[in-house]
Design a protein around this ligand. Structure first.
Ligand code: FES
Ligand SMILES: [Fe+2]
Length: 360
C-alpha cells in the first residue's frame, strides 16, 4: 500500500531554505503554540516559560486576559517573572519599572517619567483557549491571519478531556514520528499484548500528511489495554472495522480512532511539541486527549483511573525510546536513520519542507 503522490511541493521563492537534517530543523515560529496550562498561571501571578530558547513571561493581571512579554527587563535584563503583578501590568523585581501588556514602560518609580521608546520589552500575541495559554512567537503582524487551532471536541460535552503536559528530552520531530508510526506496538507489548498494525494507506499535501490504520491480534490473550483501544478486526468489512487516522498538519498532530460503525471518534487526540531550548533538543508536549463518553452515564468516571494509568504507561515508554533516539543522534552528530515506511518518509518531508534550519 502506498501513500498518494504529492501534487506539488513548497517552492515559494521567498521561503527560507529548508534544513538538510531533520533533527536540525527549527520549528516555524509563525504559528500559535501553547506554552502553559491555564491552571498553572494564577490570577495576579507570573509564569516563566520558554519557546526555542526565547524566555517568555506569562502574566495574569489582577483583571482581564493574560499577556506575554519577553522575560527580560529593559533596564538591566533581569527576568520579569521574578517581579510583581501590579494591576494590569508587571513591575520588575529590581528597581520597580512597570510594563503594560504591550511591553511599554509606564513608570519608573524614581523619575517623573519614563523616556524609553514604546515596546521596549517585546510583547507576544497571547490567547487563552481549551485550558491552555497560547503565544505567537513569530512575526507579530502575522498572528491575526494565521489560523488558531480549532478543537471542537474540547468544548463538546460528549467528550471528557485529559491533558498531556510533559517535558521530553528530544527534538520535536521524534515525537511526530513516534505517534505517526503505529508499527512500534512491539514497544508497548506489555500494555498492548501481541497487536499487529495494518497500514491502510494515506494522503498528503505540502503542509500535512495522514495515515490510516487498523489492528489485529497477533497472539495470546487480549490484555486490558488492547480491549480498551481496539474492537473489530481487519478482516471485517471496511464499514465494520476499527479505524485510526493520524495526521500531522504542520506543526500540530492529531490521532482519531473510530470504533467500527461509529460516526464519532471514540478518541480525538490533539498534540503539539514545543521546543524549549535554542537547539530544540528538548520539547514540552501539550496534548488534549478527548474521549467520547459511553452512553451509560457516569461510566467514564469509573473508567478514568484506568485510562490515566494506561495512557501514562504508554507515554512513559514513548518518552523513554524517543530520548534514546535523541541520545543516538547526539552521539553521531547527524540523522542516520534508515526509514523504510512510506508514511514516515512522507512525514519527514512535511517537517523538513515547512521548517527552518537551526541557527548554527
Ligand atoms: S532591572 Fe528592572 S527595573 Fe532595574
Ligand atoms: Fe507509542
Amino acid at each position: 500500500m502506498t501513500i498518494a503522490n504529492s501534487t506539488s511541493r513548497l517552492n515559494a521563492v521567498s521561503a527560507p531554505r529548508p534544513p538538510t537534517d531533520i533533527r536540525k530543523a527549527a520549528i516555524d515560529p509563525d504559528f500559535w503554540y501553547p506554552v502553559a496550562k491555564s491552571t498553572h498561571l494564577k490570577r495576579g501571578k507570573t509564569l516563566a516559560v520558554s519557546f526555542a530558547g526565547q524566555p517568555i513571561v506569562l502574566v495574569r493581571p489582577t483583571s482581564g486576559a493574560p499577556f506575554a512579554l519577553e522575560d527580560r527587563c529593559a533596564h538591566r535584563q533581569v527576568p520579569l517573572h521574578v517581579g510583581q503583578v501590579s494591576g494590569t501590568g508587571i513591575k520588575c523585581g529590581y528597581h520597580g519599572w512597570t510594563y503594560d501588556r504591550d511591553g511599554n514602560c509606564t513608570s519608573v518609580p524614581y523619575l517623573d517619567m519614563c523616556t524609553l521608546k514604546p515596546n521596549c520589552v517585546r510583547s507576544y500575541p497571547c490567547r487563552e483557549a481549551y485550558g491552555l495559554v497560547f503565544v505567537f512567537p513569530g512575526t507579530p503582524d502575522k498572528a491575526s491571519s494565521v489560523a488558531f487551532p480549532e478543537l471542537p471536541s474540547a468544548s463538546d460535552p460528549a467528550y471528557k478531556t485529559r491533558y498531556l503536559d510533559r517535558q521530553v528530552d528530544c527534538h520535536w520531530s521524534f515525537m511526530h514520528e513516534n505517534l505517526m508510526d503505529m508499527n512500534h506496538q512491539f514497544l508497548h507489548r506489555k500494555l498492548m499484548g501481541g497487536v499487529a498494525t495494518i497500514f491502510l494507506g494515506g494522503r498528503k499535501g505540502d503542509t500535512w500528511m495522514e495515515a490510516d490504520y487498523t489492528f489485529k491480534r497477533r497472539s495470546g490473550k487480549q490484555p486490558l489495554g488492547e480491549k480498551f483501544m481496539l474492537g473489530k478486526r481487519p478482516d471485517a468489512a471496511p464499514e465494520d472495522r476499527d479505524l485510526m487516522t493520524i495526521r500531522t498538519e504542520y506543526p500540530y498532530q492529531t490521532l482519531r480512532f473510530w470504533t467500527a460503525g461509529s460516526k464519532h471518534p471514540a478518541l480525538d487526540l490533539w498534540n503539539v511539541y514545543i521546543p524549549i531550548d535554542k537547539d530544540q533538543r528538548r520539547n514540552h508536549t501539550y496534548g488534549l486527549m478527548m474521549i467520547r463518553r459511553p452512553s451509560t452515564p457516569g461510566i467514564i468516571n469509573l473508567l478514568w483511573p484506568f485510562i490515566v494509568w494506561f495512557t501514562n504507561g504508554i507515554f512513559a515508554e514513548d518518552r523513554w525510546i524517543c530520548e534514546l533516539e535523541q541520545a543516538a543522534f547526539d552521539n553521531q552528530g547527524e540523522d542516520r536513520n534508515h526509514e523504510i515506511f512510506p508514511a514516515i518518509r512522507d512525514l519527514r518531508e512535511v517537517i523538513v519542507n515547512n521548517s527552518r534550519p537551526l541557527e548554527s
